[in-house]
Design a protein around this ligand. Structure first.
Ligand SMILES: CC(C)(COP(=O)(O)OP(=O)(O)OC[C@H]1O[C@@H](n2cnc3c(N)ncnc32)[C@H](O)[C@@H]1OP(=O)(O)O)[C@@H](O)C(=O)NCCC(=O)NCCS
Length: 155
């Protein structure tokens, strides 16, 4: 999409990146969560925010004219990459923003890891399948948060 720039997250982006998460979660994740799951997700927002500021994590943003419209975050530990967050502003869905963010994160992961794992929302399942991820088990649920464990070989 013209005008959209995907780049490493900077400290000045943290507030706007964080603000995207509750609204996108409430539109696309909460419809599949139980009440317990919604409470659990909300209780984790503080941890999510502090991770956005943590340089141990690999974080990229998508921006349109200075406005943050997407965020991806993952990490690598002992040669294993895992994806933690992927959120795109609903007004920009189906324009390649999620794919672009994932490409940036995967390029970074590939420097140190062979495989990336993630927990997909029910909503994002087709998206992840489209970009090469496969389910490793059926649907799982943890404290009311439902997800598909998925992985992709990076090489
Ligand atoms: C999942 C998400 C990040 C995808 O972002 P996006 O920018 O819309 O994705 P893209 O435009 O790069 O999509 C690439 C392809 O994936 C598939 N896809 C994306 N969204 C889809 C959907 N809702 N239903 C079916 N297929 C979908 C399509 O094949 C799409 O290509 P097309 O638009 O040419 O048909 C976005 O929908 C989102 O933020 N969802 C809510 C939060 C969420 O579920 N995050 C994942 C948590 S693990």
């Amino acid at each position: 999409m013209p005008g959209i720039n995907i780049r490493a997250m900077e400290p000045a982006d943290i507030e706007d990146s964080f603000n995207l998460i509750p609204s996108v979660a409430s539109d696309f994740l909460f419809p599949t969560y139980s009440e317990e799951g919604k409470r659990e997700f909300k209780a984790k927002l503080g941890q999510i925010k502090s991770r956005l500021a943590d340089k141990k994590y690999i974080s990229f943003v998508a921006e349109d004219s200075g406005k943050i419209i997407g965020i991806v975050q993952g990490s690598i530990r002992e040669g294993h990459a895992s994806l933690g967050l992927l959120f795109v502003d609903r007004r920009y869905h189906r324009n390649g923003v999620g794919t672009g963010l994932m490409e940036m994160a995967e390029n970074q992961f590939r420097k140190e890891a062979d495989v990336v794992k993630l927990s997909s929302s029910i909503y994002a399942l087709e998206f992840y399948q489209r970009i090469g991820y496969a389910k490793t088990t059926g649907l799982r649920s943890k404290k009311g948060i439902v997800y598909y464990p998925m992985k992709k070989n990076l090489r």
